[in-house]
Design a protein. Structure first.
Lengths: 458, 264
């Protein structure tokens, strides 16, 4: 009786093979397990009995370990039976000079059990990974004080969450123009005007736009395909960052290989974009509030506080650079009558119009502020008393010009006081000093009959 | 950054000789070359290393974004060559490392004298007329198998006495890290290995290339070897009389002979 006859019905499949895996003998348990006859099995490669995925594992992992250590124990693979069905087995193999001896155990029940454990573990791994990414993103976003810092945090979170080769965040302005704020994305900076790029499409559709392969890039975005190829990028996913329905920008992830943009992927990318959008809206609101606190709400000019800061810093610069500056204090004549007779709405419109005229009269870098009521202040650096008179006259003319909706019987003019500070004269000044000097000069203009300019030099 | 430590780089052999750099494939470490390199130590300088995540590499260096594509591994190869200041290198890549070698040689051909690609495949998944040998579902099944054998990956991490079971005449050798692979990294590496598509990189190879094809290699079938040969200009294809995908273990003498014949 040969060993194989002796163990024909052993409780496990047994086989011997040559050192390169060609089967030389099998027992009856193995023929029953596989549904293949002895004649079909002998001469075949053991690896050929396995399902393709198992075979990949067997060839790349099982065999090298067996060859180097002489033994492999409890390897879980799936055997394909004669009827095409798969049966999970555990395999023990030993290798010696006579070849490979292998025992094959039916592991159907154990595998079904482990499979459910494995599925549970995998889905909990995925959930934990996702949660971790979102939590870290959330705290990084929350501590971002500026748009740039937030976009950096978003780009970093997406890189971590997707193992992306490149991530980039671009914000969109009111004209639909994009500005890349964070991250690195070679083809994103491309300016292709003739066709719609993924970021623009994502923003237009308010939906993610994906490019799954170079072929898809060629078909969908032909003008981008070459740039992607040059950067070795094979797949891209672009998610819009939305505040409700309003697009704020996009987060783009690119990969050097083809990736599955499945539900889990897009869900996480959308969650990151959503979190970032909330913080972005908050940061922008914060900034608007800061702006509101420093600017006059009616005219958009600097308010008293910001104007005083501007005067203070200009005095410092003038002293340091030994250059003069001129401060204009402007009080409107006739404004009270307009308010009384035509109402506050017309009064407000007049203030807005005059604010615009004052700003248009001086240079871009000059400061124009509203001190309250119908008082305005203009500060011109590097302007001495020779030019200050001319500028004062221009400001006076600008105010005096006719106003839409205001009858000629209610003229508006300006009483202007100019204080010139010239460090070359050897005297010092302060913000309060200069402002009260200009204020006094303005009152002198009022007292002298209004609609005129009075200039004093400190 | 310490490249030598990161990639567990070992330099052996004759310092005066031409340099052979051996790169291991998916599922193993530099140990897979042990039976081949001993035949080159007298007249070649031999460089061995582990990809990050395998063997005794520095696992802390595993940056998932970097290693989400073979390009990350190729940049490591170039850094190793730069660190050792090597030129005229013969890069011997097994399995996925043959594509890593192709990418590295395309990025900086100046350091390479020749490529030896052992069981190369630029794409494992079938695509239209191209037959890589596997379907997408097979790769998913491989990932399941990896998970089911989770313990198997870590249990071979301990130092073992290697018996050279089928070659007792070689005696036992102590090795510290036989084919150690971190399971989560193995999973990611499996994704990157079996779902990459590097067909477009083959035609750009400009260094002399030897392709070593095994018989009955289900991972890299001979049709794929022929494809690689047809795509790489001026390449040489040699079929080894060895079955399976790991000729470095099942027929090392045939690799040695083919390389010596090619390198002269």
């Amino acid at each position: 009786m040969t060993p194989f006859e002796l163990y024909a019905n052993a409780p496990c499949g047994l086989l011997t093979s040559t050192s390169d895996g060609t089967i030389t003998e099998v027992n009856a348990t193995l023929t029953a397990l596989t549904g293949l006859s002895r004649d079909q099995l002998v001469g075949a490669q053991f690896a050929a009995l396995l399902e393709p995925g198992s075979r990949m594992f067997y060839e790349t992992r099982h065999l090298p370990v067996l060859r180097l250590t002489g033994e492999v124990r409890e390897v879980a693979v799936t055997v394909r039976r004669a009827d095409g069905s798969g049966i999970p087995v555990l395999v023990n193999s030993t290798l010696d000079q006579s070849g490979i001896q292998t025992a094959v155990f039916d592991a159907t029940e154990r595998t079904a059990y482990e499979r459910s454990l494995l599925d549970a573990r995998r889905s909990s791994d995925v959930a934990a990974l996702r949660l971790g990414v979102l939590q870290r993103a959330s705290s990084a976003f929350a501590s971002s004080l500026t748009e740039d810092a937030l976009c950096d945090a978003l780009a970093a979170s997406a890189r971590e969450g997707f193992d992306a080769s490149y991530t980039a965040v671009a914000l969109v302005d009111g004209n639909g123009d994009f500005r890349i704020v964070a991250g690195d994305h070679p083809p994103m900076g491309l300016d292709i005007v003739d066709s719609e790029l993924p970021k623009a499409r994502a923003v237009r559709l308010r939906k993610p736009v994906t490019i799954a392969s170079p072929e898809e890039a060629e078909a969908e975005f032909p003008e981008l395909a070459g740039a992607l190829r040059d950067a070795r990028i094979r797949s891209v996913s672009v998610m819009p960052i939305l505040d409700g329905d309003r697009p704020l920008g996009v987060i783009a992830c690119s990969f050097l290989r083809e990736r599955d943009f499945d539900h889990d992927f897009l869900d996480l990318q959308a969650a990151l974009a959503r979190q970032a959008a909330e913080v972005l809206v908050r940061i922008r609101l914060q900034r608007q509030l800061e702006v509101l606190a420093l600017y006059d709400q009616l005219t958009g000019l600097l308010n008293r506080e910001l104007m005083r800061e501007g005067v203070s810093s200009a005095i410092g610069k003038a002293s340091a650079g030994a250059s003069p500056l001129s401060l204009f204090f402007i009080d409107l004549d006739g404004f009270k009558e307009i308010n009384d007779q035509l109402g506050h709405r017309v009064g407000d419109a007049v203030l807005q119009e005059i604010a615009g005229r004052l700003g248009a009269t001086v240079r871009t870098g000059d400061l124009v502020g509203r001190f309250g009521g119908d008082e305005f202040v203009v500060l011109c650096a590097d302007v001495g008393h020779e030019d200050a008179s001319a500028i004062g006259e221009s400001l006076r003319e600008a105010v005096r010009a006719p106003l839409d909706g205001v009858p000629a019987t209610l003229p508006v003019t300006a009483s202007i006081g100019v204080a010139v500070y010239d460090p070359a004269l050897g005297r010092e000044t302060t913000t309060d000093d200069l402002l009260s000097l200009a204020d006094d000069a303005m009152y002198a203009s009022k007292g002298a009959g209004k609609n005129r300019v009075t200039l004093v030099v400190r | 950054m310490d490249v030598a430590r990161r990639n567990n780089v070992r330099v052996l052999g004759n310092p005066e000789g031409r340099t052979l750099v051996f790169a291991h494939g998916f599922g193993c470490s530099q140990e897979v070359w042990r039976r081949v390199v001993r035949h080159f130590l007298d007249d070649y300088r031999v460089v061995l290393f582990d990809h990050v995540g395998a063997g005794q590499s520095d696992l802390d260096a595993y940056d998932r974004s970097k290693y989400d594509a073979l390009d990350g591994y190729a940049s490591d190869v170039l850094e190793i060559l730069a660190e050792l200041d090597l030129t005229d290198v013969v890069f011997v890549g097994h399995s996925v490392s043959s594509m890593i070698g192709v990418l590295a040689a395309n990025a900086d051909p100046s350091r390479f004298g020749a490529l030896v690609l052992v069981g190369p495949s630029p794409r494992y998944v079938n695509d239209g007329d191209y037959v890589g040998g596997f379907e997408r579902a097979d790769v998913t099944e491989l990932l399941d198998t990896l998970d089911a054998n989770y313990l198997g990956w870590s249990s071979v991490m301990a130092p073992v006495i290697m018996g050279n079971a089928d070659r007792p005449e070689l005696g036992a050798e102590l090795t510290e890290s036989f084919c150690r692979v971190e399971p989560s990294i193995a999973r990611h590496f499996a994704h990157v290995t079996f779902l990459s598509d590097n067909r477009g990189d083959l035609a750009r190879v400009s260094v002399p290339t030897l392709i070593l094809q095994c018989m009955d290699d289900v991972i890299a079938p001979s049709t794929v070897g022929a494809y690689v040969h047809a795509q790489i200009p001026g390449s040489t294809l040699v079929t080894l009389p060895v079955a399976g995908h790991i000729p470095s273990l099942s027929g090392p003498e045939h690799i040695v002979a083919a390389m010596r014949e090619y390198l002269g």
